[in-house]
Design a protein around this ligand. Structure first.
Ligand SMILES: [Fe+2]
Length: 468
């Protein structure tokens, strides 16, 4: 086996709080500072990149094998468990003891037979982990979802019983009113259709799929839903350009927002021109009379080469100018208005999932509260969309946090009745705490710090999944 530690120069994303871990643990009765709210009964799962083998060339954070880190809460006690998502590609690599696939920054063709089975890129199943209709799906936007169990064992790829054509986004949306799972898939290089839209009913059956015409294949990481619509941002992040050695950012192609009735087809899409920008993550959208109001973390441009800057991990220099932005789409007038509502540098926006697609007041995001924007946030911000104000909690410069997920209080009724859950890693000691903050008193800091048996690497997305 080629040890990653032998080649630490490969990428800053293999070092410090980002470095992969090599073991799979299951540890119960974790030490807690403070008190875990008794109402929290369920599991918080978070996915992220954790390469098992040294990369074949320059490593990108998005390349690594998916690993799910879970904290199970029950009666005020906590258990931690982590497992790799054993994708078909990773299984082949384990069989030979080394990497077989290239990545975003080191494109290589895998061996022919492997490519026939798995495709050009390894489906890393590393970006998000969601629960729907009793299934747990580890998601990667370039391929099928990978189903795992609540205990994190891998079941295998899922194509919704043969009904799913193409990839599935890592950012599906739930409809709190119908229980539907609404998602899209994009394929930027194989040719049209570049985009498909799907709806699965509350029992997990894929009931609706439609192809959406785009002029070219663009990277589309996230989207928005409302009670009646799905909303796509067709932004000039042109994947094919990178394969010709050009920048992905091609603003000459312009940008637009597409509004599709949830069960409509390509002919029903209405497109609205906007200024070029890029958005990794949206907060939420809802309908308001003839208007749709949408919020997202807007960036002026996109560059996936996060290490290209002079000061190491400086890709987030591209996030200078990032800010929570509101787009007001007027379906009657055929216009869209764009406004920067907060200039704090933040991303990974979340809300009370029971209000997805519906009007709401509070949005939560991870933020860089001082210093330059780097990958790795150090605070949480609560945006008040009603008053325009914000409230922050700073973990401090020495701490790196990930996405903060809102977990509703089952005994609560107000929008902010609940808790925020986040992994926080001390960058000096490289120890990770699972932190729980009361959303009603966020500025007070964690009400419980669950001390994990070892570091959880900085990662991507996760969700709180209450016991049923
Ligand atoms: Fe994401």
């Amino acid at each position: 086996m080629t040890a990653l530690e032998d080649r630490p120069e490969i990428s800053p994303f293999l070092l410090g709080e980002f470095a992969p871990v090599t073991d799979e643990l299951d540890v119960a009765d974790l030490r807690v500072t403070g008190q875990i709210p008794a109402a929290l009964n369920g599991v918080y799962m978070r996915n992220g990149a954790n390469p098992q083998f040294a990369p074949l060339g320059r490593y990108h954070w998005f390349d690594g094998d998916g690993m799910v880190h879970a904290v199970y809460l029950d009666g005020g006690r906590a258990r931690y468990r982590n497992r790799w998502v054993t994708t078909p590609g990773l299984a082949h690599e384990r069989a030979v003891g080394h990497s077989l696939f290239g990545g975003i920054l080191n494109f290589t063709f895998p061996p022919e037979e492997l490519m026939a089975e798995c495709g050009i890129f390894k489906n890393a199943a590393n970006t998000n982990i969601v629960a729907h209709a009793g299934r747990y799906l580890a998601l990667w936007e370039g391929g099928f979802p990978t189903e795992i169990t609540r205990d994190l064992d891998t079941r295998g790829l899922s194509d919704f019983g043969g009904k799913l054509a193409g990839a599935m986004t890592a950012h599906p949306k739930w409809c709190p009113e119908t229980g539907e799972l609404i998602f899209f898939g994009y394929d930027p290089v194989a040719g049209p259709p570049f985009l498909r839209h799907h709806v699965a009913d509350r029992s997990g059956v894929l009931t609706h799929s439609t192809e959406i015409e785009l002029p070219r294949g663009v990277m589309m990481h996230d989207f928005l839903t409302t009670r009646n619509y799905s909303i796509f941002f067709d932004l000039p992040a042109v994947v094919a350009a990178t394969m010709e050695g050009e920048s992905m950012w091609q603003p000459k192609f312009g940008a637009r927002i597409g509004v599709l009735p949830r069960h409509g087809t390509n002919a029903d899409v209405r497109w609205f021109e906007i200024d070029p920008c890029f958005v990794f993550h949206f907060l939420n959208a809802w309908e308001q009379g003839d208007q749709i109001v949408a919020y997202g973390c807007r960036m002026p441009s996109i560059d996936l080469d996060f290490e290209a800057g002079e000061d190491g991990i400086a890709g987030m220099a591209a996030m200078d100018g990032v800010g929570l932005t509101r787009w007001t789409i007027d379906l009657a007038a055929g216009t869209v208005r764009e406004e920067l509502v907060h200039d704090l540098r933040s991303d990974f926006p979340r809300l009370h999932d029971g209000l997805l697609g519906l009007p709401h007041r509070y949005g939560y995001a991870s933020a860089t509260l001082d210093g330059p924007m780097t990958i790795g946030f150090n605070g949480i911000v609560r945006y008040d969309l009603q008053t325009g104000s914000d409230l922050t909690y700073a973990f401090g410069d020495g701490t790196s946090i990930g996405e903060a997920v809102f977990a509703a209080d089952p005994d609560g009724s107000a929008e902010n009745d609940g808790w925020l859950m986040v992994y926080a890693t001390d960058k000096a000691t490289l120890e990770t705490d699972f932190c729980i903050l009361d959303a009603r008193d966020m500025a007070a800091g964690p009400v419980a710090r669950v001390h994990l048996p070892r570091r959880v690497p900085a990662g991507f997305h996760g969700n709180w999944m209450p016991a049923t």
